[in-house]
Ligand binder design. Structure first.
Ligand SMILES: Cc1cc2nc3c(=O)[nH]c(=O)nc-3n(C[C@H](O)[C@H](O)[C@H](O)COP(=O)(O)OP(=O)(O)OC[C@H]3O[C@@H](n4cnc5c(N)ncnc54)[C@H](O)[C@@H]3O)c2cc1C
Length: 400
């Protein structure tokens, strides 16, 4: 008889839910108990058609992963916004200039580069899929303590309820309780930038294009939404973000039309507003015996290329695959050598993306004329180099 193991996943964001769904899918035959707990209430899609504020750019590779667990199919097509083109340019240039970057899905023979989708839709689809498995879901259950007991962990929830786990997976976001309770150190790189987010109605059609203008104060991302509006992520100084939060609708439209160089004409305020302090961080270790960190609990990166959720999904896929192989061969899922395989596969790749994004943000934020000229020269070379362009697009598409 196969030994029975218990896995407790802490965190029901996109990463934790995808991991639980992948593990459940691969373990239908095995004797494995999976519990997923989250501090908050079960996410609900708001009534009506209103597109919620938190959206993510999901690469085609991530969409395929979500399809493999039966979740992508549950998202209504009318709420998905495929984007076919990306345009990146700098404050001193124009979106059509020689130093601007342009990627088209057609150039790479794919129907789209990715999809803009509301996080709550992804969570809802994953949860509906998990409802059909034997994963136990527990909401409104923040963990209060994590104590090692031999080869297992005791996970104590608010209210005193205790769960025993052979493996605890920390998918509890950038302020991870699991990471802190396991005393895993984190390196941090503050950006002194705040991301201001809102939805706007543009004067011109968004053309199913993800627009990105690099300003000295930080990048402005303009993402196409299914109803013709755009979702804006403006990484800027904390002062400007505060001004945008407090501005009248009219003043906000003007601020963002100016920041976007009116690439889509005038912009009208058309949605709620939010702001998040930005910073990069990377856990020094992803695993300890009986513990594994995935998603933002392990790494948080600048949102400028919309890769945070995609990296978390790749962590989820790798950890589920490593555990599947280990369980098939009768290994304990909390064994450090088993978990280290996951860490080796993901930590380097995540570090590369994190430092690349931090470097890119700095490269565009400089006032130096020389750096500006070199940057513009580099972008022209990039445009002409087939292999480098292809590699960049593969990363954006989520293809390894
Ligand atoms: C402004 C902005 C824009 C972004 N845009 C994009 C984008 O376009 N594309 C993209 O790929 N990424 C984007 N990202 C990044 C992306 O949102 C995150 O990387 C991703 O959501 C992280 O998912 P996660 O599941 O790892 O963590 P989270 O989404 O943070 O989920 C963590 C979960 O853990 C739960 N939790 C926390 N503490 C406890 C506890 N003690 N006990 C139990 N449960 C707990 C929380 O309730 C939460 O549900 C953006 C980020 C920002 C800030």
């Amino acid at each position: 008889m196969k030994p029975h193991f218990e896995v407790v996943v802490v965190g029901g964001g996109i990463t934790g839910l995808t991991f639980a769904a992948l593990l459940a899918e691969s373990q239908r035959e095995a004797s494995l108990g999976i519990t997923l707990l989250d501090a908050g209430a079960r996410p609900q899609i708001p009534a009506g058609d209103e597109i919620s504020l938190r959206v993510s750019a999901i690469s085609s590779g991530s969409a395929r992963l979500l399809e493999s667990v039966g979740a992508w199919q549950l998202i209504s097509n009318s709420r998905l916004s495929p984007y076919e083109c990306m345009r990146v340019w700098d404050e001193d240039g124009t979106p059509d200039g020689a130093a601007a970057l342009r990627f088209d899905a057609a150039e790479f023979a794919v129907p789209q580069l990715g999809f803009i989708v509301e996080n709550v839709l992804l969570q809802d689809a994953l949860l509906r899929q998990l409802d059909t498995t034997n994963v136990e879901l527990q909401f409104a259950s923040p963990i209060r303590s994590l104590r090692q007991s031999g080869r297992q962990y005791k996970v104590e929830l608010e209210g005193g309820v205790c769960r025993t786990a052979d493996l605890v997976v920390g998918a509890d976001g950038s302020r991870s309780f699991v990471r802190r309770a396991a005393a895993i150190e984190t390196r941090k790189w503050p950006y002194d930038q705040t991301a201001f987010v809102t939805h706007l109605r543009p004067e011109f059609e968004h053309q199913a294009t993800a627009w990105q203008r690099f300003l000295r104060s930080g990048p402005l991302g303009i993402l196409p939404l299914a109803d013709g509006r755009v979702s804006v992520v403006w990484s800027t100084t904390p002062e400007l973000a505060k001004r945008a939060l407090d501005a009248s609708d009219e003043a906000l439209g003007t601020m963002l039309a100016d920041a976007s160089d009116r690439v889509l004409g005038e912009l009208a305020a058309a949605g709620p507003r939010g702001a998040f302090a930005l910073g990069a961080q990377h856990a020094r270790r992803y695993v300890l015996p009986g513990i594994a960190l995935i998603g933002d609990a392990a790494h948080a990166i600048h949102p400028l290329a919309g890769q945070g959720a995609n990296l978390g999904l790749q962590d989820a896929a790798e950890l589920a695959s490593v555990l599947h192989t280990a369980l098939q061969t009768g290994l304990h899922p909390g064994d450090e050598p088993v978990l280290r395989r996951y860490e080796r596969a993901r930590k380097g790749a995540n570090a590369t993306m994190l430092h690349f994004m931090t470097g890119l943000n700095r490269l565009f934020a400089t006032d130096s004329r020389l750096v500006g000229e070199l940057r513009s020269f580099g972008m022209r070379i990039f445009n002409r180099s087939g292999p480098i362009r292809e590699r960049a697009v593969k990363v954006a598409l989520g293809v390894r």
